[in-house]
Design a binder for this molecule. Structure first.
Ligand code: HEC
Length: 259
């Protein structure tokens, strides 16, 4: 069988011969410091080779293989003194993932340092290590949240501080509350809101006038036109979201437009 590896020769992420990543945390005095980690140093924490159902399902592929380390083994290397309860995942392509430490432990998440795909699949440009993986047998909800790739920096943060600018934006409407949760779990990583999140996609609250019926319809149509199963760049977000949840997201964006 033939394999295509994600580390192509012209890979921009390579620095000299080694691929490096940044880990940012605060020292005992509360000062933020960044450490450079190489792929080899990460793999030194105990590398395994695995296949992965959750990833293959989301990509509509099979038999992908990965070199991984246990994320929890990496976490143990850091002493957190300032209430940090999450890791922000800053990516090379303006994607910004975030995972709570609780989820990393609960689902025993892995970090892939190498990705090997079967040749029949073409690799989207964003699919590079580090990549978050849910090991087989663990069953978190099926969400974009657990699909972060292309990670260049891991940064320890506090969830309530990170989400603070959007915390109260859903108001008291239960529909909008449901919408904000769906948005946080599936969209915010690429479509930032109030300065929170990634900027791989456009800012949706600014691109559409959610108070107008026409724009709300257009939003739904545009979503389906882009984020479907056959999206060329493998950005099938539709699979993570029901029509009902998508409507709750619109309810939420209407509340934001009114405020
Ligand atoms: C992996 C990153 C990513 C995620 C996650 C993501 N999007 Fe997108 N989205 C994009 C990109 C890139 C485009 C292309 C156009 C652009 O720049 O917005 C896009 C386009 C769109 C469009 C069409 C915009 C247009 O002008 O045609 C809509 C609507 C949209 N996304 C909604 C969503 C919603 C709702 C979610 C969550 C359920 C979501 N997206 C999750 C990256 C993402």
């Amino acid at each position: 069988m033939f394999y295509l590896t994600a580390c192509s020769a012209n890979d921009k992420l390579r620095m000299g011969k080694q691929r490096t990543f940044i880990i940012t945390h605060s020292d005992s005095a509360g000062k933020m410091i960044s450490e450079t980690w190489t792929k080899e140093k990460l793999e030194g924490l105990g590398m395994q080779v695995i296949s992965n159902e959750y990833f293959d399902r989301a990509m509509h592929w099979n038999e992908s293989r990965f070199s991984v380390i246990n994320f929890s083994h990496l976490l143990k290397r850091f002493i957190l003194k300032h209430g940090e309860d999450a890791v922000l995942l800053n990516c090379f392509d303006d994607y910004q993932g975030i995972l709570s430490l609780a989820d990393i432990y609960r689902y025993d998440l892995r970090l892939a340092t190498n990705i090997t795909l079967t040749l029949e699949n073409s690799k989207p440009s964003w699919l590079n290590p580090l990549l978050i993986l849910v090991p087989d047998g663990k069953r978190p909800p099926f969400q974009e949240r657990f699909m972060t790739a292309n990670i260049r920096e891991l940064k320890f943060v506090r969830l309530n501080k990170y989400y603070a600018p959007i915390e109260k934006t859903a108001g008291s409407s239960p529909e909008a509350q449901e919408g904000i949760e769906a948005f946080k779990n599936n969209c915010l990583f690429c479509h930032s809101l109030k300065g929170v999140g990634g900027n791989k996609g456009k800012r949706l609250a600014e691109a559409y006038g959610f108070l107008a019926e026409r724009d709300r319809k257009k939003f739904m149509i545009d979503f389906k036109k882009f984020h479907h199963k056959n999206n060329e760049d493998k950005q099938d977000i539709e699979q993570f979201i029901t029509q009902e949840k998508l409507e709750r997201i619109v309810d939420y964006l209407v509340v934001i437009a009114k405020s």
